[in-house]
Design a protein around this ligand. Sequence first.
Ligand SMILES: Cc1cc2nc3c(=O)[nH]c(=O)nc-3n(C[C@H](O)[C@H](O)[C@H](O)COP(=O)(O)OP(=O)(O)OC[C@H]3O[C@@H](n4cnc5c(N)ncnc54)[C@H](O)[C@@H]3O)c2cc1C
Length: 566
Amino acid sequence: MEVISHDIVIVGAGIAGLRAAIAAAEYDPKLSIGVISKVYPTRSHSVCAQGGTAAVLREGDSLELHAWDTVKGSDFLADQDVVELFVNRIPIEIVKLDHWGCPWSRDEDGKISQRPFGGHSFPRACFAADYTGLHEMHTLYGRSLLYDNINFYYEWFVTSLIVDDGIAKGVTAIEIKTGKMSVFKAKSIIMATGGYMRIYNFTTYSHSATGDGVAIAYRAGTPLKDMEMVQFHPTGLVPSGILITEGARGEGGYLINANGERFMRHYAPKYMETAPRDVVSRAEYTEILEGRGFKGPFGPYIALDLRHLGEGKINERLPLIRDVCIKLAGIDPVDELIPIRPAAHYSMGGIHANIKTETPIPRLYAAGECSCLSLHGANRLGTNSTAECLVFGAIAGVEAAKHAQSSSLPDIPQNPLLMEEKRVYDCILKHEGSERIPEIRNEMRYIMDDCAWIFRHGDKLLEGLKKIRNLKERFRNARVEDRGRVFNTGFIAALELDFMLDLAEVTLLSALNRKESRGAHSRIDYPNRDDENWLVHTLAYHTVDGPRLEYIPVTITKWTPQVRAY
Ligand SMILES: Cc1cc2nc3c(=O)[nH]c(=O)nc-3n(C[C@H](O)[C@H](O)[C@H](O)COP(=O)(O)OP(=O)(O)OC[C@H]3O[C@@H](n4cnc5c(N)ncnc54)[C@H](O)[C@@H]3O)c2cc1C
């Protein structure tokens, strides 16, 4: 197997991975950095971010207020030291992006515009129309090309992490073009592989969001934290699930039921449509369950009304949304209602890492959506994620660089490489089975939608867990139709499904065990938050018998839990 060496290897080239690469390259121009991405960098899911990136930039707002909004939004499960560091650092990142050329939308006086977003008590979302992620990504990617010490590996698929003597030493990766496996060895490795919401069917996420890095780290021994905490976004376009940004409500859009009523007044009288996502999604779902949804060919839905904003404002602030509605739903929001309902959106959980992005495995760091530090606790506020990728991507880059400066390249043992080749080529690509990959994948997604959705119940979670375990068995008897190695997307999809089944299992088991309702995790059979027993993070460890759960305390610095009302 060919061996490729870099001081630092970064897996993922979304906002977190690119920001990490730039930070490491700037920290020490002598370090060689390899960035591996299964898609071309500017096709990472980060380009889909629409609404904005939160930061305190104006008088009237304060770091303390941003931190409090985040802690309250998290239903007190966020680690407060992480939140405090985050709110302090993000304004600096916004200015950096500005200097690197990010075309932020601006007010008449030239200042960066900011709009309201769910759960934020001050308009602090910086944005570039509703193409925020696209512009941030182009800015970061353009910037990263300036550094001679950043090397990109486009369309390479990482399959495993090599851990030897308890230390992370490298990764195995397949060049998708040839199907050939190589090993990358490094002094520091950063996982920045994004989220895994493609374990659900009705989701706002790209097909690439399969959580590979989360599953890879888990299998290599890193625990996964708070995987029960799945965010449902209130406005997924019906029927595709494509996101209609919360910025549409931030700009003044209404949610209405089939009676024409702005029902949010019953659920969040003060914040109305800009309450946090868990609150709004539950409200919409309750309206639907109680029969007040609109009826349509794709099931009941709620309507998002932007008509009163007028064509001028929609074109200026929400051009992407208008385009998406016209092209994908055949309706123009200037004079028609947008059909929406909650969609699986974001994973608050992920690879367990500390405030410096270090994981429990030495030399392995995690940043961005694949990680759980935990900044978002049980419910993330909109615009805090791209912000997290910038802040903690930069921190991961610097930490990994510091470590790389003082260590030497590891020796990679042969045994794990041989085992990985056998797993990937013999047990998956060449396996003679009767089950089909797309069928298992579809079933997994319908099970997750059915059993681990907005309102959860122990019986359904257990049913889902049994069904996913059954699918894992069936996967062992699956067959990849195309046996070739050259750009074999069916083969890559099989590897991704294998990872997703692990993540679905951990999500269900973590949810089944958390016997309370907190943030996005809403149990019909345990409807109240229970700080006495459950003010803790879940940790799921990989074992041959399935996930083993442990719990660790939440870090509280200054905000004690209180009733969460909006
Ligand atoms: C539609 C949509 C809109 C959003 N809007 C906002 C918003 O307005 N504001 C906000 O704050 N957040 C928003 N979010 C959330 C936010 O965009 C994401 O959480 C964030 O961009 C994730 O960035 P990331 O760098 O962690 O990962 P990603 O951007 O998902 O990138 C993952 C990277 O990992 C690579 N990768 C994955 N697996 C492998 C593998 N096996 N081998 C090699 N490479 C691999 C991929 O190629 C990719 O480069 C939105 C999300 C969606 C889906």
